[in-house]
Design a protein around this ligand. Structure first.
Ligand code: ZN
Length: 254
């Protein structure tokens, strides 16, 4: 079985699900370019919990977890099946930490806004792992390290968030604040040079309070970096900032 690359997807607005734009087209191309996974594990910015949970139902519902968007977006269904088997593997891999199997939770738009474009037919099972909001950044990085073996089992691990994500400062215009551009560049450089310790300790980076006022959109990146091998090639795409304070930059490793 072929070892699967890793993806960090800058997801941005849920509108990217239905708009034919450069982001949605890039996701579709990546879906075509990757070896076909047997299942997908997503760490999304939009599932924060106390303790770590994993979706364990075989039919996860499509959750429309946003407000004030066009009706069309609330009608989107992403009918991929779940994978109780992968959920069980994740629980085993992360022992002795206790990962709760969640039979109610479905897929949030951090998953399906990207997957609707990557795998339109929804014919690959999807499992989500939650972000434990009580934990420090290194915890999330270390979980990624412990999950990396899934890559050898045909599992595609996707972190879905945004490197720069400041909701209160967002503007509905296609331009970016200077600090956002600089922060995005800085993180990219640290990724390309393998400076993971600095990325884990992101609070020390200049302008981190502006770029990461809350860390749920940044943390999915740490899982992907944890699962990365030092010799995985790094590819970046959708390398633009939009809405003032959102970086759409995404990465493929491996
Ligand atoms: Zn989001």
């Amino acid at each position: 079985m072929k070892k699967l690359p890793l993806l960090f997807a800058g997801h941005g607005s849920p509108m990217n699900t239905i708009e034919d734009n450069s982001f949605s087209r890039a996701w579709a191309e990546i879906g075509q370019a990757l070896p076909r996974p047997s299942a997908i594990l997503v760490i999304s910015a939009h599932w924060e919990t106390n303790g770590v949970r994993v979706t364990a139902t075989d039919k996860p519902e499509t959750i429309h977890d946003f407000y004030g968007f066009p009706g069309e977006l609330y009608e989107i269904e992403y009918p991929a099946s779940g994978s109780p088997e992968l959920a069980g593997n994740v629980q085993n891999l992360l022992k002795p930490d206790r990962i709760v199997a969640d039979y109610d939770r479905g897929l949030d738009h951090g998953s399906w806004s990207v997957l609707c474009n990557m795998y339109k037919n929804a014919d690959i099972p999807v499992v989500q792992l939650s972000l434990d909001r009580r934990q420090a950044p290194e915890f999330h990085y270390n979980l990624g390290k412990r999950l990396k073996i899934l890559r050898d089992q045909g599992i595609l691990i996707i972190g879905s968030g945004n490197i720069v994500h400041n909701l209160p400062m967002m503007i509905w215009r296609d331009r970016a604040y200077d600090w956002a551009v600089e922060f995005d560049k800085q993180v990219t450089h640290l990724i390309e040079t393998g400076a993971h310790d600095k990325l884990i300790d992101y609070k020390q980076l200049p302008d981190s309070e502006l770029a990461i006022p809350t860390n749920e959109h940044y943390l999915p990146l740490l899982y992907i970096l944890g699962a990365k091998e030092s010799d995985d090639p790094v590819q970046t795409y959708n390398d633009v900032l939009t809405m003032g304070s959102v970086s759409m930059r995404s990465f493929r490793f491996g």
